[in-house]
Design a protein around this ligand. Structure first.
Ligand code: GLU
Length: 490
């Protein structure tokens, strides 16, 4: 066990956490847990204009739902408190001033308007964008006089020659030409740091050993390396996780399922299925294993097995996996979890709270079929409604005409009426031979009964369904079906 491992998840609360963000958190968490290290949550809320109210709560909610517990961070505190960057502003200011004093950074007085014009000019002349270093060599006197009129920003004095390289635990050696990196801003005129400065200061201050984050940050890493060097800090190790794409290989978007992680909970995904599924977005145990326990994943997780190739987010696979997890729950657990979905999803006219004993009987029928908990009400609603709403045409198909269906229902009704026990075996031993007696295929007879008792052609197994509905309800529904069918023309 290597307890010096410290990883962090550093979300900006500029929106609700989607699957991509949470995959980043998950991998950082797994690496910490695998190594017996610490997992830290740090809120990077320095972009005041883009901060979304409620985003921090949604992030924590998402992490909690998946069981990604943090050792230090919001609500929890820790020895490097506070864990909100907006509460650490003096540290960034101090660092920026130190860099200016050391000659690694400078004050820039360019107005937003001038920068705007500069950018437009660069675009026109097809030049790479970037600050033109106008203020880089101002004298102390010039600075003092400009400071009277305008609050400057602090920019890093990027070296114009050479390369900046770093070793990525996933991408190997990565190197950038310094000439492609401009004199980026460290401290804005409102006193807030930029991402680059705050990120480096905090990763150092919080003794982060491994920065595990999304691929999109690779291009920021040389800036961070320059800052570590200028500040005299030893940089952490870096691991950039592969992108996540939709099945059409386009950037993951809402239509692929890149929605807030909390929406998955509301749609009835199990956290353990989501956990397992997200783990496979970039990591694998081997070339074939898909369903794994949390323990197994923690034990086997390694950055060596994180791929560089973009991961494909496949909603159908998630549904399949969720279904597999649903089926692996014990009956009580499933009932517990599905009950709130049933309470919420059944039509409003059905009396609440639901009769839990009755619910318990039908739950196994849903557990066998549901891919999500939100599907449960749709699978079971016919157990609750007082009147089924369906079209009598459902009784009639290529093989079954109206008289045949009518006869099947009428005779079934009689036979069922005389049954003293109404459960799977007695139903089967009555109805199977009846089909033969009537010269029907079992499918025809069972099909007619299925429509009569559930109002649909696709439903859970017939005998189990009838058992749960009970004799009275079944007979009542068959009688209604007979009436409906009599009134149908054809
Ligand atoms: N605040 C950045 C984000 O929202 C953090 C990136 C990093 O992990 O360095 O993704």
């Amino acid at each position: 066990m290597n307890s010096s491992v410290r990883t962090r998840f550093a979300p900006s609360p500029t929106g609700f956490p989607h699957v991509g963000n949470i995959r980043t958190a998950l991998f950082a968490w797994l690496f910490a847990r695998h190594n017996g290290g610490s997992f830290i949550v740090r809120i990077e809320d320095t972009d005041v204009a883009r901060t979304v109210p409620g985003a921090v709560e949604a992030i924590m909610d998402g992490l909690n739902w998946l069981g990604l517990d943090w050792d230090e961070g919001p609500e929890k505190g820790g020895k490097f408190s506070p864990y909100y960057q907006s509460q650490r502003l003096s540290m960034y200011k101090e660092a920026a001033e130190r860099l200016v004093a050391q000659g690694n950074a400078y004050y820039c007085y360019c107005s937003p308007q001038r920068l705007e014009e500069m950018r437009a000019d660069q675009t026109r002349r097809k030049m790479p964008p970037g600050y033109d270093r106008l203020c880089r060599n101002l004298t102390a006197e010039e600075c003092a006089s400009k400071s009277k009129e305008i609050t400057p920003v602090v920019r890093f004095k990027t070296s114009r020659e050479g390369q900046t390289a770093y070793h990525d635990l996933i991408w190997g050696d990565v190197s950038f030409e310094n000439s492609t990196i401009d004199d980026f801003v460290l401290l804005k005129s409102d006193g807030y740091p930029t991402y680059h400065l705050a990120n480096v200061i905090d990763d150092h201050a919080m003794q982060i050993s491994h920065v595990i984050r999304a691929e999109e940050w690779i291009s920021s890493t040389p800036r961070h390396m320059m800052l570590y060097k200028a500040l005299g800090y030893t940089p952490p190790q870096f691991a950039h996780l592969p992108m996540i794409l939709g099945p059409d290989r386009a950037k993951l978007s809402k239509r692929h399922g890149a929605v807030s992680i909390i929406e998955y909970r509301e749609k009835g995904y199990l956290p353990e299925a989501m956990f397992n599924f997200l783990t496979l977005l970039g990591w694998s145990l081997d070339d074939k294993t898909e369903v794994m326990t949390r323990r197994q994943i923690i034990e086997n997780f390694s950055l060596e097995r994180v791929s560089k190739t973009a991961a494909i987010f496949n909603l159908e696979k998630l549904e399949w996996m969720n279904g597999a997890y649903i089926r692996s729950l014990n009956a009580d657990d499933f009932t517990q979890r599905a009950l709130p979905f049933l309470e919420k999803g059944l039509p409003p006219e059905i009396k609440r709270p639901l009769d839990v004993d009755y619910v318990r009987q039908m739950m196994p029928l849903a557990q066998e079929r549901a891919r999500t908990l939100a599907e449960v009400p749709g699978l079971l609603d016919f157990f609750f409604v007082s009147e089924l709403n369906y079209d009598a045409a459902l009784f009639i198909d290529k093989k079954t005409d109206k008289p045949t269906a009518l006869k099947a229902l009428e005779v079934s009704k009689e036979r069922l009426l005389s049954l003293s026990t109404f459960e799977h075996d007695s139903l089967e031993s009555t109805l199977r031979p009846l089909a033969e007696e009537l010269g029907l295929k079992t499918g025809q007879l069972f099909g007619a009964l299925r429509v009569a008792v559930t109002g649909r052609t696709v439903a859970p197994p017939l005998f189990e369904t009838m058992t749960v509905l009970g004799k009275d309800t079944c007979l009542k529904r068959i009688a209604i079906a007979i009436d409906k069918l009599r009134n149908v023309t054809g």
